[in-house]
Design a protein around this ligand. Structure first.
Ligand code: NAD
Ligand code: ZN
Length: 362
């Protein structure tokens, strides 16, 4: 049975976005675009894998052929953006045209950056097809690409007019990609909703079966949490930092392994455990809550190993991270499942102990 779609508003800066979430909702995309006054010239950006699996659902939506970019994080670069500009110019795009990004976070970030910059900004619509993109990257207006010297170094804020979240796309998503997104859902539970956290913990099997009865409310809760935070703080002045729970150590793990070993969410899973451990050692997080987080992460499956990674290299990577100020580290700590606090005085020796406890090499 299909339930009525859920509508969430995000107001950030001068531009508001609307998120529509519903099982099967992508079939009504053309109608939603009209309803939200997305101009008649609609350029779809996707990749061959996603298009082969789901392109038939977009019949009649786009203007001409879709712009298909090579699949993969290594193609999230200015060359891909340039290919989008070429296609837009050749297709006669103007200020009233729109880009419809159909894919995971890589397509969303790349197409989003093209939309942010072409003619100083044209309308952007996200149709996210990975769990990570549905609950995270399509919401909040961050767009951008990688530089050979670093990830996400080039970017712009550009709020999408519309985000259309259809969990039906997830049926074809490989299990590892699905899990990668789930850790971000766990993060939302850990920072803002014990109910969401407990739903995942109690129904892990249904989650993996992609049972809409469990998955849909979990996606809705996650989108609401991110939308709320972004509405209150578009540019990471303060509140938006709570979304970085688990990301200090997570980013360090990703960068030390050159983004090859972990899917983003897997690194964040370790990062959340590290943040929980720092909090527990400081006495601000109960042992039972730390254990609940560890148990849920464990229930979601095995993570890539970390026992060959030297603690010193992770600490170096953390130090290089923008969150270090005067040798002291900004850190989002969980104080219970569903609440966090931000501190700015986590020391290296504290972090060293915690990383050793997680099993990193001395
Ligand atoms: N803008 C933001 O706020 C923000 C936030 C978090 C992450 N990100 C970015 O998002 C990117 C990661 O996104 P991702 O995890 O979605 O990775 P991704 O876009 O690379 O997608 C993962 C893989 O799944 C495939 N895929 C997508 N949808 C599918 C479907 N329905 N069925 C089968 N396969 C499908 C993709 O083609 C790709 O091979 C990173 O570049 C990261 O920097 C951005
Ligand atoms: Zn993340």
């Amino acid at each position: 049975m299909l339930s009525a779609p859920t509508r969430i508003e995000v107001s950030a800066g001068a531009h508001d976005s609307t998120i529509w979430i519903g099982d099967g909702i992508a079939s009504g995309l053309a109608g939603l675009l009209d309803e939200h006054r997305v101009g008649p010239r609609r350029f779809i950006v996707s990749n061959p894998k996603v298009w082969k699996l789901h392109g038939s659902r977009f019949a009649g939506v786009g203007d001409g052929d879709p712009i298909l970019l090579s699949d993969g994080e290594r193609f999230k670069n200015l060359q891909a953006v340039s290919r989008i500009y070429d296609a837009l110019i050749r297709g006669g795009a103007d200020r009233g045209s729109a880009i419809i990004a159909v894919g995971g976070g890589v397509i969303g970030d790349t197409a989003g950056f093209a939309a942010a910059t072409f003619l100083r900004g044209i309308t952007l619509v996200h149709v996210p097809t990975t769990l990570l993109a549905q609950v995270d990257s399509s919401i909040g207006g961050k767009t951008g690409v990688n530089h050979t010297l670093g990830k996400n170094l080039i970017g712009a804020f550009h709020q999408p007019r519309l985000v259309v979240v259809d969990p039906g796309f997830l049926n074809t998503l490989p299990r590892r990609e699905f899990r990668s997104g789930l850790y971000e859902v766990v993060k939302y539970g850990a920072i803002a909703s014990r109910e969401l956290f407990e739903r995942l913990a109690a129904h892990t099997k249904q989650v993996f079966a992609r049972d809409a009865g469990i998955l849909l409310p979990s996606i809705i809760d996650s989108c609401r949490i991110k939308a709320d935070v972004v509405t209150k703080d578009e540019r990471e002045g303060g509140l938006r930092r709570i979304l970085n729970f688990g990301h200090t150590v997570g980013h360090a793990l990703e960068s030390v392994t050159r983004y090859r070993r972990f899917r983003h969410g897997e690194a964040i899973a370790y990062g959340m455990l590290a943040a929980a451990d720092v909090a527990m050692r400081r006495g601000v997080l109960a042992h039972a809550d730390r254990e609940a987080l560890a148990a849920l992460i464990k229930a979601l499956g095995a993570l890539p190993p970390i026992n060959d990674l030297p603690t010193g290299e992770i600490l170096d990577a953390v130090r290089r991270d923008k969150k270090v100020v005067n040798g002291r580290l900004h850190f989002v700590l969980a104080t219970a499942i569903g609440t966090t606090t931000t501190v700015d005085d986590v020391t290296e020796s504290e972090l060293r102990d915690v990383l050793a406890g997680l099993g990193l090499k001395d």
